[in-house]
Design a protein around this ligand. Structure first.
Ligand SMILES: Nc1nc2c(c(=O)[nH]1)N[C@H]1C(S)=C(S)[C@@H](COP(=O)(O)OP(=O)(O)OC[C@H]3O[C@@H](n4cnc5c(N)ncnc54)[C@H](O)[C@@H]3O)O[C@H]1N2
Ligand code: MOO
Length: 398
């Protein structure tokens, strides 16, 4: 059996960057940007009025002038037609381009306007007050986003602001999700006492959705060699096939043998981890990858989070997936020699991780309150309170 570290480095070596494609900004959310983005001009692109008010010259203010005649009204989107001369001001609206001669904006609340003249009641005025200066946020041609980068709503706003109507992203892989097992029944169907519901199919679909991936195939197959062969034959035509259940040592655990019969080359079976030890990984004749994940719900969540996600990060161009280091807020003893992954919750007040109690990898509630999984290395028997440990978040903003 290989170690966790060997399994991760093997998976990394199998990962090939996905192809790239151009998409419309409309469809960019959660997609992974494949091109660097540079500013197409200065931002703000002009001296932008930050308040509705009156734009004057600081030199006038410093001379003691407090009443100005309005030379022009400038709305957002207007181009000023006249230069400012001493004793004059522009009436200006938020968002308008402030002409270069004006270098102070007095907000409307600090003024009185009567008959095209404005008196200022403010006590002080500072250079460039209420003016966002051209280029103060971003300079023309500056690198503003480097690939790879996951498109969040903030990213999309920025891309729109710099005029990127189409962008280059990594193509999404074709994916098959195939769950297996005679005892497994779809939610909504009648169920007997000895059967359990197919939660993993929904878990896997939702986990893929975080990457904007919708599987081409999503089905459940009974523990029957012919049926599994037929389903896997179609499933392995995809770049990524995720199979669930039937990978351990039981008499009906046909998954590894059926995959082998279809020419899928086994890369490894079983890793020194808990949960998820029976993980099976293989390479299809057409260069796709098969992850056969163990059936227990926490094992399925763990092996996807640690291994499938690691693979996806690499294929989407990231050199490393995000792993954080946080203090553990409790002691923890481990009684086996495997690398252990356990659900933890971020404690915001105490800035650390709390353990989530659960009854082994079959416990359907184990992941519910968790912010992610923490890792206890194979050789570390005991974690002491305040030890700094590795944490794999379920949600991250990378
Ligand atoms: N003799 C051994 N037995 C087992 C070993 C072992 O090394 N030697 N490994 C254990 C470990 S660890 C795990 S994890 C399980 C994984 O087994 P399989 O991947 O073969 O999964 P199944 O036996 O099909 O199911 C395990 C468990 O999970 C439930 N399950 C299955 N599919 C789903 C689904 N789609 N949704 C929700 N729950 C599902 C299933 O009913 C079982 O309770 O093997 C141990 N045994
Ligand atoms: O992965 Mo198994 O869940 O260790 O029980």
């Amino acid at each position: 059996m290989i170690s966790f570290e060997e399994a991760i480095s093997t998976i990394s070596s199998l990962a090939q960057p996905f192809e790239k494609e151009y998409i419309s900004l409309e469809n960019a959310e959660n997609r992974i940007l494949a091109e660097n983005i540079y500013a197409d001009r200065d931002y703000p692109p002009f001296n932008r009025a930050a308040m509705d008010g009156y734009a004057i010259m600081l030199s006038d203010w410093n001379k003691g002038l407090r009443t100005y005649s309005i030379t022009e009204i400038i709305y957002a989107g207007d181009v000023s037609k006249s230069d400012l001369t001493s004793g004059h001001c522009y009436k200006i609206m938020t968002g308008a381009a402030t002409p270069e001669t004006a270098d102070v904006i007095i907000r409307k609340e600090d003024t009185h306007e009567i008959n095209n003249e404005v008196s200022i009641i403010a006590e002080t005025a500072k250079h460039f007050q209420n003016i966002a200066l051209k280029g103060q946020d971003v300079k023309n041609q500056a690198l503003i986003l480097s690939a790879p980068h996951k498109c969040t709503p903030q990213t999309i706003s920025l891309l729109a602001a710099v005029g990127k109507a189409t962008l280059q992203v990594y193509k999404l892989p074709t994916v098959a999700v195939i769950t297996t097992g005679n005892e497994v029944i779809a939610p909504g169907k009648p169920i007997a006492a000895h059967q359990i519901r197919n939660s993993n199919q929904f878990l896997l679909k939702a986990l893929l959705k975080k990457w904007d991936i919708t599987p081409q195939i999503c089905e459940h197959i009974q523990d029957n060699k012919e049926a599994l062969t037929k389903a896997f034959k179609e499933g392995i035509k995809n770049q990524l096939a995720i199979i669930n259940g039937g990978v351990s040592a039981g008499d009906a655990d046909y998954v590894p043998a059926v995959l082998k019969s279809l020419g899928v080359e086994m890369i490894f079976h079983k890793v020194k981890i808990r949960p998820g030890k029976p993980l099976w990984i293989g390479k299809t004749p057409t260069g796709g990858i098969v992850f056969a994940l163990p059936g227990n719900p926490l094992s399925c969540l763990t092996t996807f989070t640690i291994f499938v996600e690691d693979y996806l990060y690499k294929c989407f161009g990231f050199s490393n997936r995000p792993v954080y280091r946080f203090p553990l807020l409790e002691n923890r003893i481990k009684k086996h020699q495997l690398t252990d992954f356990f659900p933890v919750k971020i404690n915001r007040l105490q800035q650390g991780l709390n353990l989530i109690p659960y009854n082994g990898s079959g416990d359907i509630t184990a992941g519910l309150d968790a912010s992610g999984l923490a890792l206890q290395p194979d050789v570390t028997e005991e974690f002491k309170k305040e030890d700094i440990i590795s944490f794999y978040p379920f949600n991250n903003s990378l």
